[in-house]
Design a protein around this ligand. Structure first.
Ligand SMILES: Cc1ncc(COP(=O)(O)O)c(C=O)c1O
Length: 398
């Protein structure tokens, strides 16, 4: 008879179950990268396992491979942020970065600011630290800084402490595709500086821009050391390598390195990436990836215009996602289930909203109005068919 375990509160708090396997359904649910966009790493892997054999098969250096930290700091400098190699900690992907920042800064019951909606995999991580969510909406310029200022004032009036950090995805936000305007970035930094609240800038899609010009990163605009930058090679190259980074002061990074329980990020994949970057392969690779993902986006937008002309969404200039809003009372969580029965997998709005029952999103009934469609992973020839199936499910409910 299996023993009956008493689970920790953090394990019980996890509300949403793991997203089920898509099976044979057309995968608009998945934020997976397109296999077509993977770089060929065969030779670099071979080199990492021969020329660097002793290093690649050993435990990793606690702060990351020096060669990779150098390459990441050059990459960030090219992107406008003056970051030195000792201001970089290599981690096992941006998700581990979120976990480490929580370990560094938070106690159970602390507040954390998130957008409504927000990146859904951040929610269980933040939940596991027992954090209380402060939800802030977005418009087409990004997080609503005026609303955030008001919420912070209300909390202060009620004698509540400041939240421990503001978590935000400023470029091609997951799930909305919104990119913050420069003006809004400056307003956010200004508010954060006045209230002395750090910002976690999680920006995996920043370089997957198909058109238009990039705004400066929050890190590049930050003159007060407020921003923890989170980067990852998941979208720049491929997610299976599990390499990302955190960018802040050396002192804080050294503390986080001691809080990181993995024996060092895998030196084999770090070396492959370092060689890829040092060999100058990233710009050409990114151009190819941008072409692939923009053709996926175009195919999906064209299909939506044809099949679901009434639905609202912004057309993002990059990233992986479209965020559809149905204002006609259709419950999108039911729509997602119906669409799945017809053979296309999409994610209903629920999982993207962090708040509990008296949260902003619940009061405004937002979770039921949205679905996220990822155009990244489905093959272009599946996109048309998938949107047709989604439209058929939608019309069957009206
Ligand atoms: C906003 C955001 N942050 C982080 C990640 C995951 O990054 P990583 O694979 O580096 O953990 C994703 C992936 O979907 C994402 O959308």
């Amino acid at each position: 008879v299996p023993i009956e375990l008493t689970l920790a509160r953090r394990a019980i708090r996890m509300s949403a179950p793991l997203h089920p396997e898509t099976g044979s359904a057309i995968p608009f649910d998945s934020g997976y990268a397109s296999p077509q966009a993977f770089p060929d790493l065969t030779e670099l892997a071979q080199r990492a396992l021969t020329a660097y054999r002793n290093e690649s098969l050993q435990y990793g250096a606690p702060m990351g491979l020096p060669a990779l930290r150098d390459a990441i700091s050059s990459y960030m400098r090219d992107d406008g942020a003056a970051v030195s190699p000792d201001e970089i900690l290599v981690v096992d992907g941006a998700k581990q970065g979120i976990d480490l920042i929580c370990r560094l800064l938070t106690e159970e019951g602390d507040g954390v600011v998130v957008t409504a909606p927000t990146y859904f995999s951040a929610i269980p991580i933040l939940c596991s630290f027992g954090l209380e969510f402060i939800e802030v909406t977005q418009d087409d310029e990004g997080i609503d800084v005026a609303m955030l200022a008001q919420l912070l004032q209300e909390r202060q009036r009620n004698g509540m402490p400041e939240p421990k950090f503001i978590y935000n995805v400023p470029d091609f936000h997951n799930p909305t595709g919104i990119t913050m305007s420069r003006r809004r970035r400056e307003q956010l930094l200004d508010l954060a500086a006045r209230r002395q609240i750090p910002i976690v800038e999680d920006s995996p899609y920043r370089k997957l821009r198909f058109e238009g010009t990039a705004e400066p990163s929050l890190k590049a605009l930050d003159s007060n050391g407020l921003v923890f930058g989170l980067g990852t090679f998941s979208k720049l190259m491929c997610p299976g390598l599990r390499v990302g980074w955190i960018c802040t002061t050396k002192e804080l990074l050294e503390r986080m390195a001691r809080l990181k329980s993995d024996g060092g990020t895998c030196p084999l994949t770090q070396r492959i990436i370092a060689e890829f970057l040092q060999g100058g392969s990233l710009p050409g690779h990114l151009q190819r990836a941008q072409r692939i993902y923009s053709s996926h986006r175009d195919a999906m937008v064209a299909a939506l215009r044809r099949e679901l002309p009434g639905v609202e969404y912004i057309v993002p200039q990059g990233g992986y996602y479209l965020w559809l809003r149905f204002r006609d009372g259709v419950d999108t969580n039911v729509l997602a289930a119906r669409a799945f029965e017809r053979g296309v997998s999409v994610i209903g709005g629920n999982v993207f909203f962090a708040g509990g029952t008296d949260s902003y999103s619940a009061q405004h009934d937002l979770p039921k109005q949205y679905i996220r469609l990822a155009y990244s992973y489905a093959a272009p020839e599946q996109i048309d068919e998938g949107v047709k199936l989604l439209a058929a499910a939608y019309y069957s409910m009206r």
